[in-house]
Design a protein around this ligand. Structure first.
Ligand code: ZN
Ligand code: ZN
Length: 222
């Protein structure tokens, strides 16, 4: 039994069904094509399963709706926002935790999919706006302040304060327990920005960042 669409999205049944559909729906060239814009969905994390008949707390246990392949479209994340925007009906706020190694492209991806109506909680940006330094230098003496601002925003996300549509909480979250706890607290969906270690390292601007990347890959739990 699912109590809400959020329960469904984190269930094994839903994850398995999405996996199956992604394999079944590739074309003859082995590409997965977005059922909205007809362009290729290149990255797995950029693919979202959209319900044509929208899910709510009362129909989520009707598997003819929630787990019926005919009711599910595989589309780009960005296209998903566009569809929901166009239909214009009042939608519940959605929260995403976007995680992965430093330099994996988390912020870049969020920049590509978010709209001006979305709330972004990004510790790197918070750090930048309260200090004199660029994003590659994080003065340790400001750490408590940066995290206090982030915690305040996380609390706002939890309580759904404000009129935003989607909230994106960006962080590295290598530990499964830690990010699962945050996802449960926020009612959030987890999105892993997968990226090879070598590519992350090649983007690192200094030795400290290389060290953070090495540490993330050592600690990461799927
Ligand atoms: Zn698309
Ligand atoms: Zn949808």
């Amino acid at each position: 039994m699912f109590e809400s669409p959020h329960d469904l999205y984190k269930s094994k049944e839903w994850q398995d069904l999405l996996q199956t559909l992604k394999l079944e729906r590739v074309n003859d060239e082995g590409k997965l094509i977005c059922e909205h814009c007809r362009k290729e969905i290149v990255k797995a994390y950029d693919c979202i399963g959209h319900h044509k008949i929208p899910l709510n707390n009362s129909n989520v246990n009707d598997y003819n709706i929630s787990l019926n392949p005919y009711n599910i479209m595989l589309i780009h994340f960005k296209c998903h926002n566009a569809i929901h925007h166009r239909f214009g009906f009042e939608l519940p706020k959605k929260v995403y935790i976007v995680y992965g190694s430093p330099c994996s492209g988390k912020s870049t991806w969020v920049n590509g999919v978010a709209t001006g109506d979305d709330l972004i909680v990004d510790i790197d940006k918070i750090w930048e706006c309260i200090s004199f330094c660029d994003k590659y230098n994080k003065p340790n003496k400001l750490k408590a302040n940066a995290f206090e601002v982030r915690n305040n925003l996380i609390e706002q996300v939890k309580m759904r304060v404000g009129n935003w549509q989607n909230a994106f909480v960006i962080g590295t979250y290598p530990l499964k327990m830690e990010r699962q706890r945050l996802a449960d607290k926020l009612g959030a969906e987890l999105i892993l920005i997968e990226c090879d270690k070598e590519i992350c390292l090649s983007r690192a601007k200094n030795e400290n960042w290389k060290k953070y990347i090495e540490e993330w890959f050592e600690n990461f739990q799927l």
